[in-house]
Design a protein around this ligand. Structure first.
Ligand SMILES: [Zn+2]
Length: 310
């Protein structure tokens, strides 16, 4: 089923990016269009942006102009649009929280086997499993917060958002070809509720989660400065990510994007599912997708546009 979803998504995004490269003025759906985006990050909260430059950036990103080859096939670094002090990032696929997306996706997509485990235990287990399979993992902080990764700092809020907003979230994913069934919705919301009913699941010290990842082999990026993201790039081009540095060089240092390398989610889910159970893998892939959308919606403003790259 994942293959057919992926194909459908690619067709959908392919046609939209074809349209966009030809059109002079394209509109992209915003988080607000799906009744999402309760955070602050987004173009309507900015006064340092030239609207014509912004439109040009969206159009060229959608056309795939900033896709660069990437090593790795699993989500590894965070969607965060910022860079380290030198202006660069690890060259690897992106998802909300970096490798932590696999922890939360595994938890939310689980069918009950993980009930007794805490967030900390799942984090350590997942990092060890990935390391054991030869994968590179990564997390990040920033230069001015105790836990500078929004996906980690607000994990509990993201679970709450999933229970409150599953229909709008599924509405967004459905618009890009990822159909989440009522059964899958119920299962994933049930998992989130279970965790929220037992809040000791979540580690109180959020930076300890980032530290545990590093203690179990994850690379660490220290990102700097404020969030300047102006859109969410959903990248479906296999083997690529979006070059954040090139976007800044082209449009200006205040032009950043959240980058979601959604093409990695199916592979990530296959690695996490027990004994390669297809139904489990499908549900985990949907859970990773939902965790990514929910994180964007918690951090991002309703004015944030979604820019599919097929
Ligand atoms: Zn992050």
């Amino acid at each position: 089923m994942l293959d057919s979803i992926k194909k459908m998504l690619q067709q959908l995004m392919g046609s939209s990016s074809e349209d966009s490269s030809q059109a002079t003025d394209i509109t992209f759906y915003t988080l607000g269009k799906f009744n999402l985006g309760v955070g602050k990050i987004g173009p309507d909260n900015r006064t340092d942006i030239d609207q014509s430059v912004l439109k040009e950036m969206y159009r060229r990103v959608a056309a795939g102009e900033f896709n660069i080859p990437v090593s790795g096939t699993l989500p590894e670094i965070c969607v965060d649009g910022r860079t380290n002090r030198q202006g660069s990032r690890i060259n690897a696929p992106s998802a909300a929280g970096g490798s932590l997306t696999m922890v939360y996706g595994r938890d939310l997509g689980d069918s009950g086997a993980l009930n007794d485990k805490t967030e900390m235990q799942l984090t350590i287990e997942t990092m060890d499993t990935l390391k054991g399979k030869g994968y590179t993992t990564a997390v990040h902080g920033d230069d001015h917060s105790n836990c500078g990764c929004g996906a980690c700092a607000h994990a509990q809020k993201v679970y709450q958002h999933i229970t409150d907003k599953i229909d709008p979230i599924a509405g967004l994913t459905g618009n890009y070809g990822i159909i989440i069934s009522d059964t899958e919705k119920a299962s994933i919301v049930g998992r989130a509720k279970n965790r929220l009913d037992h809040p000791s699941f979540f580690n109180e010290d959020r930076s300890a989660i980032l530290q545990a990842c590093q203690d179990h082999g994850a690379n660490y990026e220290e990102l700097v400065d404020a969030h300047n993201e102006l859109g969410i790039a959903i990248n479906m081009r296999q083997g690529t990510t979006i070059d954040r540095k090139a976007i800044r060089t082209t449009f200006g240092p205040q032009y950043d994007l959240f980058v979601v390398d959604a093409w990695t989610f199916a592979t990530a889910a296959q690695e996490l599912a027990l004994e390669s159970n297809k139904q489990d893998a499908d549900r985990i892939a949907k859970a990773i997708t939902i965790q990514n959308v929910a994180t964007a919606s918690v951090l991002g403003h309703s004015s944030l546009p979604i820019i599919p790259i097929g």
